[in-house]
Design a protein. Sequence first.
Length: 412
Amino acid sequence: MDIKSAIEEIRKQFPALTRLYNQKAVAYFDGPGGSQMVQSSIDGMVRYMVSGGANLHGAFPSSVETEVAIASAREHAAALLGASPDEIAFGANMTTLNMAISRALCRDWSKGDKVVVTELDHRANVDPWLRAAADKGAEADWIRVNPETLTLDLDSLDEIITPGTRVVAVGLASNGVGTVTNVRAIADKAHQVGALVVVDAVHAAPHIAIDRDELGADILLCSAYKFFGPHMGIACVRRDVFNELGVYKIEPAPTQIPDKLETGTQNHEGMLGIVGAIDFIASLGEGESLRDRILSAMSAIEAYEEELAHHLRTELRKIDGVTVFAAAAGVRKTPTVSFIVKGVPSRSVCEILLEEKGIFAADGNFYASTLADKLGVEQHGGWVRAGLAPYNTLAEVEALIDGVKRIASKSN
């Protein structure tokens, strides 16, 4: 599908886009923190709740329907990530799932073992591993970010990923500056020394097609509320790793995959929300299978978003006093544009954009705190981050550019 030609029809599927602020139509640029929900996701949740929710293993219809809903959610998430349904588990969010996984994997670690994390990433795929290593007396090392190129330095992998490395945790895309990392190069080195690769795909999943096996990920995590669905986390764990994962459980909870990672009663209505969100994505593509339609749709989404993002970056760079943080043109990026305005705290920039333009943009370090420290943006209150989604328009981007021009002109 050509997203540009279908943008008005797409926008009609997001009820939040009708919101007004100060009698102005709201422009949502806060997608990296959480996208707006598509109507099909909302409808799926409502249908489940009004028809009678239930717990599992009952003979009555609502219980049977719940089990069907869970199976459908696993099938849809597997199609999104290039995996099998029995490799998909759900949880409250990516961070909670990753904490549980790190606790399970570190149970047999000891002094001399090592974990590797990166300076580019959200702390949700850093701190669970640092804490697990500290608890077991293991070592921790970092893949460094180049503050000039905003990419990871992969030339030192042989020195960083060594025998004894148990886990390498890396983000597929930076939620701070949008850089898409060559995960496969890191994964290949990790697998040479027998380490597991844990990939944070939360920021990438709404913007680029994902194939778990092509990435070389053993464990891949994302969150549905970043791709038009409800607040739920998804863990995709390679079957052989999943079978051996010694998670903490209560009795007599299931011990088989994928249920064993899902503690307590799950968010069943949220699972149908995931189905609705992925069905929406697939509706933007073409193909025989759900996976084919998703891949086609993600290609169209990436092309549309990148065109807008390129225009936004280009025009912001022309404004005196504005610094845009983005990798070079040849580096693949998500449509996340982070910047600062000289002399204006980032929170103030967001407040002015809100009041004058009805623009919802966020400020801060967004838990990419190591990167923010290295780039020196904390003194500004972090970045201003404008993230694009397939419901954003060129007119909204132009309004953002104009708003930043006005702010910068008054500060210089």
